[in-house]
Design a protein around this ligand. Structure first.
Ligand code: GDP
Ligand code: MG
Length: 164
């Protein structure tokens, strides 16, 4: 069986954009409105000859009356149950938010699998500097990327497939 890589993160950080980038498809719907991904999405990815299955957890439990804490917990649970590798996606343009901290706290309990803190929207070197604050989540190495331009994505994937 192929390793399963789960993308988690609060709404609007770019999970679906990264999912589409990594799978070379346009399966996940990218929307400026948070919470638009309605279903859990699976697709196949490949890097340096290594195949994996990618999950976009973003559509899980996006009911309006579902509090963000519940959504974050559910994402973390899915990742715990299914993932061999977890990508926690954050947003360099927004910095650390309370929901990032909440999700990080949930994921801390997960970690018998490799966890990568991926700081998306690092579109340029200034954003790389902004991304540094995510070290304070205390989850180890951070990976600044731009899902839109692919900047940094190759370096991330090198490390992800090395962790399989
Ligand atoms: P999701 O809710 O986490 O799935 O986020 P989406 O993939 O739907 O993206 C939310 C918004 O962020 C959209 O407007 C995307 O175009 C934008 N976005 C995604 N990745 C990047 C990026 O690398 N750089 C910038 N500047 N915007 C991005
Ligand atoms: Mg989405």
């Amino acid at each position: 069986p192929k390793p399963i890589v789960a993308i988690v993160g609060r709404p609007n950080v770019g999970k679906s954009t990264l999912f589409n980038r990594l799978t070379g498809k346009r399966i996940a719907i990218v929307e400026d409105t948070p919470g638009i991904t309605r279903d859990r999405l699976y697709a196949e990815g490949e890097w340096n000859g290594r195949n994996y299955t990618l999950i976009d957890t973003g559509g899980i439990s996006m009911d309006e009356d579902d509090p963000m804490q519940a959504q974050v917990r559910i994402q973390a649970e899915i990742a715990m149950e299914e993932a061999d590798v977890i990508l926690m996606l954050c947003d360099a343009s927004q910095g650390i938010t309370p929901n990032d901290i909440e999700l990080a706290d949930e994921l801390r309990g997960v970690v018998d699998v490799p966890l990568f803190v991926v700081v998306n929207k690092s579109d340029n070197p200034n954003r790389d500097q902004d991304a540094m604050e995510f070290y304070s989540l205390g989850l180890g190495e951070i990976y600044p990327v731009s899902a839109i331009s692919s900047r940094g994505v190759g370096d991330l994937l090198d490390e992800v497939v090395a962790s399989f």
